[in-house]
Design a protein around this ligand. Structure first.
Ligand SMILES: CCCCCCCCCCCCCC(=O)CC(=O)SCCNC(=O)CCNC(=O)[C@H](O)C(C)(C)COP(=O)(O)OP(=O)(O)OC[C@H]1O[C@@H](n2cnc3c(N)ncnc32)[C@H](O)[C@@H]1OP(=O)(O)O
Ligand SMILES: NC(=O)C1=CN([C@@H]2O[C@H](COP(=O)(O)OP(=O)(O)OC[C@H]3O[C@@H](n4cnc5c(N)ncnc54)[C@H](O)[C@@H]3O)[C@@H](O)[C@H]2O)C=CC1
Length: 517
């Protein structure tokens, strides 16, 4: 019998909502550790038992993930990052104190790393400072509650508008708007003001790390450190290596994640990296469902009942709709770079849903503007309420474009969204961007509120049955040839054809000579 386990009953209930098997907390089951994850069960059981034996209350079911080297990869030089010593980070700097920067500053301060926090102007600095101070106060309260204050304190944060104040930082994390020209401008400044051996990190959601590094004097010190929203809470750090990134830089970024109490996963550099690359077709499917008759709350409910912490629309509202919008404008898919005469629902011959762009054009960027796919109680509010404005807007949009309505059951919603995501996971494996299916699972479990008891998207696909996933994708793609992200990946077909081997054997089936697996 499966038992889903967490440290406390409260956590277990939250984490395993929707699970069919009994849930329990450590206190209740002690040695009887069992869970339906495909790997490391024995190791995890031993870890649990040893932690339990030492009486450490912070023993966590997923603790072993932060200990194992997630993202094995061999450098073109033949070296491996996990054989190289990381450099210590005594002081850090963060540029941009918006949704992400403020959480990153808080994570650093919490990990006793003093931070210099830089903004673009006095007004933004004041807003950022207030937000960071609020988060730090909350952290201080937690320390007091745990009886750790004043012995365990938070590191200092110095707020500034002056790049010269970054001169002593060992590591800088840039978190400004998602715009390549702006990022390059920041990195040009950094490479001239920072110490020659400072590590220069970008929190970009998916821009090319090599292009950002190209404007610096030391591209081997440039790396992607992709945090997840809310950055002070979410456990994942996606570490993105560029072409020139050195092993020491990788080791330092991976170690930084550990210092911050996060799970670091090393991935390759491609548009949107791993997590967001899989997210993109998932969100596309979610928005097609709106075109065809669903409302945001219907789609979110199906995915939240499946176990996600947040459905796709609540999640987009949390992250900010402007990130995707900026990225689409840069790629000429939205805004004034779209060639005149382009059909509203088509780009480059493929199906395109402009709904998120239209929301942004209406100033609805999500929680930060108090309105997005939902309405919120105030600017920055968190309580999502269905919005009659959105309902009306969707109805008018469907009428204008005369879109054929297709009633969707929760099962259909799950199949469209999840199989699209999983299919992209197979492409990522074919391309050698993640070092194995387990890494993709770790990314989703820790960065996107995926229900852990389902093991992650790739493991989930193996439990559904790869042939079933393949058949559904195949049928959908035949009916919708303008949605190429639903064309079944070669690796999925191959694995289905060779009898659906267990996930731990998938790496040997990749067969791509360029793969880094
Ligand atoms: C180049 C673009 C790529 C193209 C692809 C297209 C994509 C376009 C859109 C995507 C943008 C990309 C963004 C990105 O790069 C990656 C991301 O970050 S995506 C977002 C990932 N995050 C999630 O999926 C979050 C899922 N949700 C959760 O895990 C939980 O719901 C959450 C932890 C937020 C809350 O937990 P819960 O148990 O429900 O609530 P609690 O009340 O217990 O809160 C716990 C903790 O969290 C704080 N918190 C809660 N809500 C918020 C909030 N809205 N904002 C900030 N913080 C929040 C709360 O205060 C608690 O903190 P404490 O300090 O412990 O009190
Ligand atoms: N919001 C999210 O969920 C996630 C965002 N990201 C990425 O993180 C980066 C930041 O995103 P958000 O925090 O959401 O953006 P945001 O819009 O909330 O904040 C950006 C901040 O950068 C500041 N800024 C702009 N130009 C600046 C400059 N020249 N110097 C100093 N500060 C400057 C702005 O004043 C603003 O406060 C983007 O690259 C985004 O793609 C990555 C992961 C998740």
């Amino acid at each position: 019998m499966d038992i889903f386990l967490e440290t406390t009953m409260e956590k277990a209930k939250k984490q395993y909502r929707g699970a069919q098997a009994p849930i329990a907390c450590i206190e209740a089951v002690k040695g009887a550790v069992q869970k339906p994850y495909q790997q490391g069960i024995e190791k995890e059981r031993q870890l649990f038992q040893s932690l339990w034996a030492t009486g450490q209350p912070q023993a966590q079911q997923y603790a072993f993930f932060s200990e194992r080297n997630v993202g094995k990869w061999t450098h073109p030089s033949g070296g491996r990052w996990d054989t190289v010593a990381p450099k210590p980070v005594h002081t850090a700097a963060v540029i941009g104190l918006g949704t992400m920067g403020r959480g990153i500053v808080t994570s650093l301060a919490k990990a006793h790393i003093p931070v210099v926090a830089l903004e673009q102007d006095a007004q933004q600095l004041e807003i950022g400072k207030k937000a960071v101070n609020g988060l730090l106060e909350r952290e201080a309260e937690k320390l007091i509650k745990q009886g750790l204050a004043p012995g365990s304190t938070l590191a200092s944060v110095r707020f500034t508008l002056d790049f010269a104040d970054l001169r002593d930082a060992d590591l800088v994390i840039e978190a400004v708007y998602e715009n390549m020209e702006l990022k390059k401008e920041i990195f040009r400044k950094l490479t001239s003001v920072c110490k020659p051996d400072a590590f220069l990190c970008t929190n970009t959601s998916g821009l090319n790390i090599d292009e950002i590094a190209s404007v610096t004097k030391n591209p081997h010190l440039v790396i992607g450190t992709h945090f997840f929203s809310p950055a002070n809470i979410m456990k994942l750090l996606e570490v993105v290596r560029g072409h020139h990134t050195s092993l020491t830089t990788i080791a330092t970024a991976m170690n930084l994640g550990k210092t911050l109490g996060k799970v670091s996963v090393l991935v390759g550099n491609c548009p949107s990296f791993v997590g967001n690359r899989l997210l993109s077709p998932y969100l596309d499917q979610a928005s097609y469902l709106l075109e065809e008759g669903c409302y945001p709350e219907d789609v979110d409910k199906a995915l939240e009942d499946f176990g996600f912490a947040m459905g796709p629309f609540r999640m987009m509202d949390l992250a900010g709709l402007d990130i995707g919008w900026r990225s689409r404008m840069e790629r000429g898919l939205a805004g004034n770079k779209v060639p005149l005469g382009t059909p509203a629902r088509q780009r480059e011959g493929k199906r395109y849903c402009p709904l998120a762009d239209l929301l942004c054009e209406n100033g609805r960027l999500g929680q930060k503007t108090g309105k997005g796919w939902y309405q919120y109680e105030k600017l920055g509010g968190r309580i999502a309420q269905p919005d009659p404005w959105v309902k009306d807007f969707l109805q008018k949009y469907r009428n204008t474009h005369q879109i054929k309505q297709r009633p969707a059951t929760p099962e259909m919603i799950l199949e469209c969204c999840l199989y699209a995501l999983v299919n992209e996971g197979f492409h990522v494996l074919e391309d050698g961007i993640a070092s194995g299916p387990e890494d993709i699972d770790v990314i989703y479990n820790n960065g996107y509120g995926w229900p852990k008891y389902r093991g992650g998207p790739m493991y989930y696909a193996s439990t559904v049955g790869l042939t079933k996933v393949l058949d559904v994708l195949d049928k959908y793609y035949k009916e919708n040839p303008d949605v190429p992200s639903m064309k079944p990946a070669f690796l999925l077909k191959k694995l289905a054809m060779v009898g659906e081997p267990p996930l731990k054997e998938w790496r040997t089936q990749v067969g791509n000579p360029d793969s880094k697996l």
